[in-house]
Ligand binder design. Sequence first.
Ligand code: SF4
Length: 434
Amino acid sequence: MTRAVSSDGLVGRGMTEGAALFRGWFDRLTAAAAAGSPTAYVFVMGSLAEILRVFDFELSFPEINSLQTAVRHVAHEYLNQAEDYGYSPDICGYVKADIAVQLRKGAHPMGTLPPPALAVATNACNTYVKWAEIWERLYHVPVFTLDVPGTRRAGGQTWPGHPDFEADRRYVAAQIAELIALCEKVSGKRFDIDRLRETMGHTNAMTAAWKRVIALNQHTPAVFSALTEGTVYLGVANGFRGTREGRRYFTELVEEMEYKAARGLGTIDEERYRLAFVGVPCYPIFRRFNDMFSEWGGVFVNSTYLWFASGGADLGFEYDLEHPLESLAEGVLISVRHAMDGMFHQDRAIAGILEPFHIDGVVFHPIKSCRTVSTGLADSRRALMARTDIPSLFIESDMMDKRVVSEAQLKNRIDAFFEGLASRRQAHTSFGRV
Ligand code: SF4
């Protein structure tokens, strides 16, 4: 059971304020829809928020809008509408929920979402590119696709100073210059480099704090659940990137997590097993999914989702504000590449956290809707198992579609996993006593 301590108002503040920020954000989007204010549709992996905020675009994240329909248990209404309209049951559920929102003229459980004036996608997921084309057809708005060079081979990333990296950085910088010109055209506003420095400064503080928050979960007991609380923090990291509010939120979140770590306050009452989560959460039964683990004393202390769904912000890349444009290109390249690595080289990513986070087991959660993240997971698991004898669980469901979420089946598999973890621990303990 999740611990709820609030004696001095500090513990749990990140959750309360995160929810309040979310409500305020959707209220702003609703107001933008009514006023016709220019809104940019962006994605979590490479939102380019620092640039777009310079031109005062409201930011709408269709992935986040879509997952909210699942958390609020109405996703099936949206999925059915998109399927009736002609979209295949097999494509990404986020796309279908968004299409239904567009067909409903922005009507969403949290307000009314404005249509786009501009859409910005990256190549981090191939669905992004095709999804943005749908808005292009629906609204005849410009779509900007940023092509970020990814890792050519596992472990083969290059870094500043290497000729390949410098070529990649110039390639990204040239595209950012094109985006700035497009933003000037769409918004009718001149680019202001000092405002860019300001938004980048806010992002610097936020990403440093996000990295610190994740690192604080190396403490036993874990100070937050990467699956439940972590998803709320992640939402703020995306929606408020490059803003003063986001900076303040994360500064305070570090304070809360340090307070908990110093006092040994965990996120659940009795932590027995520390787990890593690989994949995308099961939003249709979001709380229940986590409870099936926490009832056994299992806590998700880290996840690849916290990395890739924050666009690689977990790296804590710090922009050089003396050279904002060059540094923005470098930061986007390194962070989005890292986000892609978090999806495509998950075995390597997880191997690096097993020891520092004292992981007892790894949960792989491939989902029907998201081929980008799920396709390689069985191989990732095999590769991880070849490196280590850490126990793992492989369970399948979906992040949107409750038709393919079988709670009873999941529970059987999860219970058996914990029984295995318990026997293993007992065997180790007995062996230690001999
Ligand atoms: S990463 Fe997966 S969930 Fe996200 S847009 Fe791509 S296919 Fe959909």
